[in-house]
Design a protein around this ligand. Structure first.
Ligand SMILES: Cc1cc2nc3c(=O)[nH]c(=O)nc-3n(C[C@H](O)[C@H](O)[C@H](O)COP(=O)(O)O)c2cc1C
Length: 100
């Protein structure tokens, strides 16, 4: 990545919550240049997974020390889409106003 970004990631874990973060996401974030530019995470998943819902988003947010900005199920509802668009607008406006 060449500029700050918000990562949107699904979760794919086993029944125990292992392996939730997809390998391409791990590879991507193992690159220090990419990791330095992550500013937030949005997690998707399926509520059928209970406590492991959107687990990858939670794990990445904790590991990279950035906020989990939002979670939604599957492809999201129209309301989720509107909230993510609006939320990201607000988020980036705030980021720009506080950036050094
Ligand atoms: C093997 C497998 C494991 C999954 N594990 C989780 C999980 O741990 N937590 C979760 O919230 N959703 C889980 N999901 C649901 C996916 O994150 C969800 O379907 C997401 O929308 C995937 O996007 P896709 O259907 O475009 O691949 C899993 C789905 C599959 C197929």
């Amino acid at each position: 990545m060449s500029e700050p970004f918000v990562l949107l990631t699904p979760s794919y874990s086993d029944c125990e919550g292992r392996g939730a973060v997809a390998k391409p996401v791990i590879r991507f974030l193992n690159d220090p240049a990419n990791r330095a530019l992550i500013r937030g995470v949005i997690g998707t998943g399926n509520l059928n997974f209970g406590e492991h819902f959107a687990l990858a988003g939670k794990i990445v947010a904790a590991k990279c020390n950035v906020p989990l900005l939002y979670t939604f199920e599957l492809a999201g509802t129209d309301e989720d889409v509107a909230r993510v668009k609006q939320g990201l607008d607000t988020f980036w406006t705030r980021q720009r106003s506080t950036a050094p």
